[in-house]
Design a protein around this ligand. Structure first.
Ligand code: ADP
Ligand code: ZN
Ligand code: ZN
Length: 835
């Protein structure tokens, strides 16, 4: 008898045992996928974890359905890393695998598949439009199908999606996973639960004279006819001059700049059909070849930083690169990458959110051409599987991988360098679902397994990483000046309490901010305004009885969104039409308190009616590519003033931002979380860092009711060190990271009572051994979300106490807890190093 242990992507236990025959046992290797039956009618795809020929487990085993791979798709190194993850973050290997493998590798009975959109369109259109060329859609060659593939393809012509179990009955057999994989590979079907946004190509605008005017004579006539439109004339003269040398269409922004005019004037000329507009595709993600440029010559500070990094690497594996915004960290990474790939090794470049980094992707592709691959969970199934295979086979075209946190699961075999950029970003921590891993910390372990070096980079390092550099665990390298003699922005605090008293506020704008905005505008500079709340005004309150409308599912007040005239819950998405009168007392005295991005936008439209105002928050960036378009408009200087939430803070490099305004810093400072001060410092510094990235010194104005708050003082004087010392002291005193580790255990239930009892039981059990290091249960700021009551127990672990033993103890308590019938509905989740 032969058996294999299989890891299934479910949170039940580490591995499940199945039977195989002798041939299968010989063929199979760890890391290959098999399709296996589970329960009464389910099928799962799992990873082979062990193969042996006696020692049957104490229960009846089923035979596997099918072997899916000829070679392992998961390597031993990956398994090692994932075992660490499962142990460290207290989850099953199956949960890690679910997070690690692209969905297309894990087909199972619940998976829904459908025809790919480009395919179905082609086929439907075929009847009506005869033989239109379908360059966009992918043409299917039905003759390449196997019989089974054809049957599935045909079924999907009639039904938009099918369950794997449906397909089993269509094909009248159990083993269908391989058939579906074939169809995925042939780009016919896709897994439907996938939400993916494809990146549309970035378009660059060019202009040229419309054909009727190209002769000198006609142009002269045209210029004469425009004698009363001097601005338009100016544009044409400039166009003529610019294209005289190149005879090519002219970059629209360049033209606008040279003519010293607005986008509106250019637009008028296009509308009058005097100019022709070209949109030339500048691919963001897919590299289409072209000249690869030399890396930049480093300046003195960068050269020094680079050599310091390398010196540290002689004795340490991790270096923290603390470089102020725009100091040229990226160029230092680029040099390290260059040297690493020359040795033939792989490089992983991690970023907090890939959608935010189109700028970086083109920068790296510019240097490294097609060796750069991009990996992201929002990519389509095929793209992800492709990158996976390329990395697995150590192909040159995936030698450098740029990705968000999930990229650390790729099958690297020869990793030499990992860069974690913006290492302080909380979005490196996955909150839900399990594994609740921190990608930066997991990358350090990954580096360890590969014997690779790591650079963590940030202008505002996390307290954890900075602490590690203080203790000597990480090397520390600094870049204290911006590249090219650009000054750090000039940051001032504005006391809006006083401004209110002196009646110097217009809506939410102080006179100082308005004045600075007018100045920036007259200098033709763009402005960014930061308001860390979306919506019109967070809370609607009745001034008669004081009641404000609440979400029925969560313990929060609903937020007013003016654009849709709705009240919305930011936790569960519940929404209703804005009320006319108070639900409690019927009075019509509803007032709005606080303010969000939308209200700022409205105020701006009144204050600056002839300027283009845009808004960047979760509501305006939901749609496909909406984010990219906003960035592009900003880059193209089609936006004068951009209002946004913290999305603005993330590593964007714009050339023409003269002023950054923070509408109200106080909401950040008083957030109930032990990291609130650190976060405020980071966010405000990062937002400020968007200002003045060219020669002219940028200006930052921060409005606040508490101008004497220590953190704001430190932000305005750029004192990271002081902030670090102060915060570290508090963390030490109150027993928080980096001095103590924390594990948060969350309890959720529909019944308040059960949630309460369960958490108390669990907390007491923990206290028996962990004593005063158990805190709570304590209700979080929002105590009910989606109809589930929530409470937390926090375990603090001092440095000298064994982490593994503590976790072992928590697991034991959880096992006993799980046997208690009364608590069977209570959902327990464990978050190690919680954020
Ligand atoms: P950071 O990553 O520290 O925010 P960047 O690497 O984005 O800084 O650099 C800021 C700006 O300075 C970018 O526009 C970049 O192109 C430019 N820059 C940085 N280093 C150099 C260099 N050595 N030569 C020319 N330009 C540079
Ligand atoms: Zn009322
Ligand atoms: Zn809600």
């Amino acid at each position: 008898m032969y058996f294999i242990d299989v890891i299934l992507p479910i949170p039940l236990k580490q591995a499940f045992t199945y039977q195989v025959n002798r041939d299968e046992a010989v063929f199979l290797k760890r890391g290959m996928r098999v399709a296996v039956p589970f329960g009464k009618s389910k099928v799962y795809t799992g990873i082979v974890y062990g193969i042996y020929n006696d020692n049957p487990p104490g229960y009846d085993t089923k035979h596997i359905d099918q072997i899916l791979d000829e070679q392992p798709i998961v390597t031993e190194t990956q398994l090692k890393h994932w075992e660490w993850m499962s142990a460290y973050y207290m989850c099953t290997l199956g949960e890690v695998i679910r997070a690690a493998l692209p969905g297309a590798f894990l087909l199972e009975s619940d998976t829904m598949v459908g025809l790919r959109k480009d395919v179905s369109k082609h086929n439907i259109d075929e009847a009506s439009e005869e033989n239109t060329s379908v360059s966009e859609s992918n043409t299917i060659d039905e003759s390449e199908f196997t019989d089974d593939e054809f049957l599935v393809y045909e079924a999907l012509q009639h039904q938009s999606q099918l369950h794997i179990n449906d397909i089993r009955s269509i094909l009248d057999r159990k083993n269908v996973v391989k058939v579906l994989e074939g169809l995925i590979q042939k780009k016919v079907i896709e897994v439907q639960e996938e939400v993916h946004e494809q990146y549309t190509p970035k378009l660059k605008r060019y202009l040229q004279l419309a054909p009727p005017y190209t002769s000198e004579e006609k142009l002269k006539e045209l210029l004469d006819s425009l004698s009363r439109a001097p601005k338009q004339r100016e544009v044409l003269m400039n166009l003529f001059m610019l294209s005289a040398q190149t005879k090519k269409p002219v970059d629209a922004i360049l033209l606008q700049k040279k003519s010293n005019t607005s986008a509106a004037v250019v637009k008028t000329l296009v509308e009058k059909k005097i100019l022709e507009e070209y949109l030339i595709q500048k691919d963001r993600v897919e590299y289409t070849g072209g000249a690869v440029s030399e890396t930049k010559q480093l300046n003195e500070a960068q050269t020094l930083a680079l050599s310091e990094v390398k010196t540290h690497f002689e004795t340490k594996d991790v270096v923290l690169l603390h470089g102020v915004t725009s100091s040229g960290k990226t160029e230092v990474y680029v040099r390290l990458i260059e040297e690493m790939i020359a040795t033939g090794k792989q490089v992983l470049y991690m970023l907090p959110e890939i959608a935010l980094t189109t700028q970086l992707i083109s920068r790296l592709q510019n240097y490294f051409g097609e060796t750069v691959a991009v990996y992201h969970s929002k990519y389509s199934v095929n793209e992800r599987v492709e990158v996976w295979q390329n990395v697995l086979e150590s192909k040159p075209k995936a030698q450098i991988v740029i990705g968000a946190r999930s990229s650390l699961f790729l099958p690297f075999s020869n990793l030499g360098l990992i860069i974690v950029d913006e290492e302080h970003e909380p979005s490196f921590k996955q909150y839900n679902p399990s594994p609740r891993y921190h990608a930066r910390d997991s990358a350090v372990v990954l580096g360890n397994i590969h014997n690779a070096k790591l650079v963590l980079g940030s202008a505002t390092p996390s307290l954890e990483s900075y602490h590690n550099s203080e203790t000597g665990k990480y090397g520390l390298v600094r870049l204290t000046k911006r590249f090219g003699n650009v000054l750090m922005p000039d940051i001032s605090l504005i006391d809006i309490k006083e401004k209110h008293r002196k009646k110097l506020m217009t809506g939410h704008f102080s006179d100082t901010l308005l004045e600075a905005m007018r100045e920036a505008i007259s200098n033709k500079e763009q402005i960014i305004l930061f308001q860390n709340r979306r919506g019109y005004s967070p809370v609607v309150e009745c001034t008669t009885c004081g009641v404000s409308p609440q979400c029925p599912n969560c313990d929060v007040s609903l937020t007013y969104h003016q654009y849709k005239k709705q009240l919305r819950c930011h936790y569960c998405g519940y929404h209703m039409a804005m009320l006319r009168s108070c639900m409690a007392c019927g009075s019509e005295t509803l007032d709005t308190k606080g303010f969000g991005t939308e209200q700022i936008e409205t105020e701006l439209n009144h204050l600056f009616p002839d300027k283009v105002v845009a808004r960047m928050d979760q509501d305006t960036t939901r749609g496909k590519n909406a984010y990219g378009k906003l960035i592009e408009r900003l880059e193209n200087e089609e936006i004068d003033i951009l209002v946004g939430t913290q999305m603005l803070a993330k590593g964007l490099d714009f050339r023409n931002i003269g002023l950054v305004g923070v509408m109200n810093a106080d909401t950040l400072l008083y957030f109930p979380d032990f990291r609130a001060h650190e976060r405020s410092f980071q966010l405000l510094q990062q937002v400020s860092g968007r200002a003045g990235r060219t020669e002219k010194r940028g200006k930052v104005l921060i409005q606040t009711y508490n101008p004497h708050h220590l953190i704001l003082q430190q932000v305005s004087s750029n004192e990271y060190e002081a902030m670090y010392k102060q915060e570290a002291e508090e963390r030490y005193q109150y027993k928080y990271p980096p001095y103590y580790r924390t594990i948060r255990i969350t309890f959720k239930d529909k019944s308040y009572d059960k949630m309460d009892k369960a958490s108390i039981w669990f907390g007491r059990a923990l206290e028996q051994k962990l004593k005063e290091h158990v805190l709570g249960p304590e209700t979080p700021p929002v105590g009910r979300v989606r109809n589930l009551y929530i409470t937390n127990v926090l375990v603090k672990i001092p440095k000298q106490q064994s982490l593994a033993k503590t976790k072992g103890y928590i697991s034991n308590v959880q096992r006993s807890f799980n046997t208690i019938k009364e608590f069977s509905t209570v959902r327990v989740s464990i978050d190690v190093d919680n954020y």
